[in-house]
Write a protein of this length. Sequence first.
Length: 383
Amino acid sequence: MIRISSAFDSGNITVLDAARADDIRLAINRDSQSHFFQWFHFRVTGARDCECVMRIVNAGEAGFPRGWEDYRAVASIDRKTWARVPTEYREGVLTIRHRPATDAVHYAYFAPYSLERHDDLVARCQASEGVRLLVPGTSAQGRPIDVLRFGEPGDGVVPVWVIARQHPGETMAEWFMEGLLDRLLDCGDKAAAALRGAVVLYAVPNMNPDGSVLGNLRVNWRGANLNREWEDPSPDRSPEVHHVRELMHRTGVDLCLDVHGDEGLPYAFIVGLDGIAEASAAQRELVSGFRDGLARLNPDFQTRHGYPVARPGQGNTTTCTGYLGKYLGAASMTLEMPFKDAANAPDAVYGWSPERSSALGRSTVEALLMVLPDLQALRRKGS
């Protein structure tokens, strides 16, 4: 008998009909108190050696239906290696075809990043010399908002922030953070040591732990899109932003990288401060320098494709990037990675993957070092 379950961390699916392996009908549940949905994660058992045809019948109503174009779902038998499987989107229905070779297979929109793995990442970071764990507050459901601080603040020390998973279904963002943070922990890595000696780095691996566990794509438990809450975060509706923003005001922010995933575009790219009229030339040049450096360091990242450039004064200051650029004078930017394959560097088996996300996170160390002199000059000027 075929059984389909999503009763686990980040699980999301409703089973409409699973009587036959070749005609399984599914639907994605909406995010908590929201109209958004797109993330799915479920396990199939009892279909070993059967040709499974799984149709997600409400895919056309998802938050970003263009995201299904040229998209392939991921599958795993060990929950460690996630490979792409044949997927087709037609007339509002997403069809996944796969013949399981084992008794249980997990399927997902992208490789999940569990709260257990998050806790392991935080534990090994805070156990390292020179790393502190700060918990400025809790989420709407009471989960801790973990902030890892590498280094000590002080006069002339550059405060750098990297945050991820404001949108919980964008799990590639926490895979990125794992790559960055594990590299910073490597005592034998000279570039990482140089960065740790020059800046105080604050890292938030998961801004939205509630939404992550609940299997949401875009919002927290209260239905708030955290990346539209930065100008006026509510301790009740968006406590995650409220607490992190308060800490940022206390520490200062010279550079902030807000890490995301984009459903539609098959590229890794950065969005800067083009639409923020208050951003200075120095802020913009720092963003450009970081972006260009990352493109030279990692061929998965590119600068040709991205969002349309906003005109000055038309930037969104309710986002993390816009808010910090306008009000804190930060060289703030948003890094996007694809749910699909990267069109500039395709991989037929894995597409964009946890490994590529982590590698891009590791490359961030050198990219930050490349703009460090300009960051230090900006801090001296502002002192």
